[in-house]
Design a protein around this ligand. Structure first.
Ligand SMILES: *[C@@H]1O[C@H](CO)[C@@H](O)[C@H](O)[C@H]1NC(C)=O
Ligand SMILES: *[C@@H]1O[C@H](CO)[C@@H](O)[C@H](O)[C@H]1NC(C)=O
Length: 125
């Protein structure tokens, strides 16, 4: 079982993607993409290997944070309704790293993307 209480947002790498066509700002962790391109965001952590679950969230201006996908090594990604693999392919091949790609960027993809990791275990919290 996965309980929301296990999500460690403090361990999250903050990824921000902004969409400004052709702008020249390239600053990490700010990621800028042109419309139609894909943008890949990486997330890694230094916690121990039990933190193998990775969640990706998106927060668009004026919206609450929404979960996009839940990933775990060697398992299919679990997408929330409204999100799918073809638009948001996510990779989780190793325990301490993962990535989320946003394919064919549109202006409405602009927002803040968060990654969070949690323990692969339901023992205590
Ligand atoms: C993500 O990681 C890949 C492979 O390690 C790298 O090529 C790419 O530049 C990284 N992307 C960002 C935004 O750091
Ligand atoms: C996946 O989501 C995108 C954007 O939300 C949508 O345009 C597309 O039709 C969806 N694809 C499938 C296969 O559901």
């Amino acid at each position: 079982m996965i309980t929301a209480g296990l999500i460690k947002l403090s361990a999250a790498l903050l990824c921000i993607i902004g969409l400004i066509n052709g702008d020249d700002v390239t600053q990490t962790p700010l990621l800028w993409g042109d419309e139609g391109q894909s943008a890949k965001m990486n997330c890694s952590h230094e916690k121990d290997l039990t933190y193998s679950q990775m969640y990706w969230y998106r927060q668009r201006p004026g919206e609450g944070m929404k979960q996009i996908v839940f990933t775990i090594p060697d398992s299919p990604n679990k997408y929330e309704s409204g999100f799918n693999e073809s638009k948001f392919p996510a990779q989780k091949k190793e325990y301490q790293t993962g990535s989320l790609t946003v394919v064919k960027l549109l202006p409405e993809d602009s927002g803040v993307y968060f990654c969070a990791v949690s323990k692969h275990s339901d023992s205590g919290d």
